[in-house]
Design a protein around this ligand. Structure first.
Ligand SMILES: C[S@@+](CC[C@H](N)C(=O)[O-])C[C@H]1O[C@@H](n2cnc3c(N)ncnc32)[C@H](O)[C@@H]1O
Length: 466
């Protein structure tokens, strides 16, 4: 086996927890184990940098046959390693076509991070060593106040407002009592990492929600229009539900479900404090919620944020060492539930748009779940390409996976997260509606539904691009 193929196979094996780098290198049939080991370790060391460069250069989108692990190895070799002095064959020619763009993206990353040497990128972009500190993100609850009033309040308390940030770099360098508005989310304030606002009167009064930026993306990307019906399938403790209610301006309805009575009780308190009045809470298994129940006949939007391994959550990893690498059995069980929940959600008859999110970094709970659900209902839903300049994309495990978003402390200064936005494929008017809507629908119910199934309104169009 050639060096690059062997390195890609070892990286894939490490990611799917088949063994350690050493074990897999020795287990491979590659003769020069020392050379292979060095290449894999170096590629792994620069993994976050390579992910960011590959994503922003659009390499996997342009080269559909290039698998993500191979891309990582080749881009390492081209930009940071020996420049294919170890051979390269057809891969060398393929990468040569993208060389200028990849080099430009690496240079851009260095400028963005204010560093000049490749090694300096490791301080903020690689695995060993402590993860970068995530700023304190604060969502202004527009059901109770507005950004201007919240900013004035903080200014009166001695904080210094720096305006809207123009890049992630502004967030990374935030210090002392300075604060900013996030460059992407309209109502998100950003403070230095150490800022504790749990006792702050605006937080206590529900005017502010302490919520990581990545966790604000699902509701923002679902973007339900005021007046519409939304289903929040796994809702507790309710931060995303309260965000949805703010986007709806409390007009319309949110049906929120969760299995856990305790979490639902704290959710009820959170929603009351946040002034949410458009939400019906129910202690119920989402899988047992019937899509044909007339109460949900107008549900056009679903948020599915199911239980997951939490492998992207720094706090979980600090509390439970090993939480970042869940066992195969646990992953299998979680992914099974996530897949069932996503397939179930896609059967709601008026559904137009769905956001699937997890705070997991594992492919099994993310890209694989989305791919499986799309394959089970071919031609009915498609992945929506959102936030094209978001630097961290879904792993290129199937065509279109790059439309998904990933997030991590290294690449986006947030917790680890995954988001996919699915949209119903519009039915062409020449196709009889009864065929595409499913056999349970009679012509008369189809007629009624055709009226209800409007496209999400203007407010629901994809949000601003970064
Ligand atoms: C990741 S948390 C949701 C966080 C929530 N969306 C938020 O932003 O605050 C997942 C939730 O799913 C709930 N859950 C797990 N299985 C469920 C099921 N079958 N039906 C409904 N809820 C479920 C768990 O109790 C847990 O509260």
């Amino acid at each position: 086996m050639a060096l690059y193929g062997a390195a890609a196979a070892v990286l894939a094996g490490v990611e799917s927890r088949q063994g350690s780098i050493k074990g897999l290198v020795y287990g491979s049939r590659f003769q020069n184990v020392k050379q292979l080991y060095a290449l894999v370790c170096e590629t792994q060391r620069y993994a976050a940098v390579l992910d960011a460069v590959i994503a922003s250069a659009g390499l996997l989108r342009a080269e559909k046959k290039l698998r993500p692990h191979m891309a990582k190895v080749l881009v390492y070799e081209l930009l940071l390693g020996r420049g294919f002095r170890g051979g390269g064959g057809r891969w060398k020619a393929l990468l040569a076509r993208h060389q200028a763009r990849l080099k430009a993206e690496l240079a851009r990353l260095k400028v963005q991070r204010g560093v000049s040497r490749n090694e300096d990128l490791l301080e903020v972009g690689s695995t060993p060593g402590p993860a970068p500190q995530i700023p304190r993100f604060v969502r202004v609850n527009t059901l109770k106040t507005c950004s201007d009033d919240a900013i004035d309040y903080f200014k009166r308390q001695g904080f210094s407002y720096q305006g809207r940030a123009s890049s992630l770099e502004d967030l990374r360098t935030l210090k002392g009592k300075h604060f900013l508005l996030d460059p992407l989310l309209p109502e998100l304030l950003v403070f230095p990492a150490h800022t504790d606002l749990h006792e702050h009167p605006l937080y206590q009064a529900g005017h502010l929600i302490l919520q990581d930026k990545a966790s604000c993306l699902p509701a923002m990307l679902l973007a339900p229009a005021p007046g519409s019906h939304v289903l929040d399938a796994c809702a507790a403790p309710g931060n995303k539900t309260s965000h949805l209610a703010a986007l709806l301006k409390n007009q319309g309805k949110i049906f929120a479900f969760d299995l856990d009575a305790k979490r639902l009780a704290s959710m009820a308190t959170l929603l009351a404090r946040a002034g949410v009045s458009c939400c019906e809470l129910a202690e119920k298994d989402f899988l047992a919620v019937s899509p044909s129940d007339p109460r949900y006949s107008q549900v056009q939007y679903i948020l599915l944020d199911p239980s997951c391994s939490g492998s992207g959550m720094l706090s979980r990893q600090l509390e439970e060492p090993g939480a970042g690498t869940p066992s195969k059995e646990r992953l299998h069980a979680l992914a099974g539930f996530q897949q069932r929940a996503l397939c179930h959600a896609l059967t709601f008859p008026s559904l137009q748009r769905l956001v699937y999110s997890t705070c997991s970094l594992c492919q099994e709970e993310n890209e694989d779940v989305v791919q499986g659900a799309l394959q089970k209902s071919p031609g009915t839903f498609r992945l929506v390409p959102v936030l094209p300049s978001w630097p961290h994309r879904g792993l290129g495990t199937f065509p279109g996976a790059e439309h998904c978003l990933r997030a991590s402390p290294e690449t986006t200064l947030t917790g680890g997260f995954f988001i996919a936005v699915l949209e119903r494929v519009e039915v062409s008017s020449s196709v009889p509606q009864t065929e595409t809507l499913g056999p349970e629908l009679t012509p008369s119910s189809t007629r009624k539904r055709k009226k209800r199934r409007r496209k999400p309104a203007a407010g629901a169009s994809p949000p601003p691009r970064t």
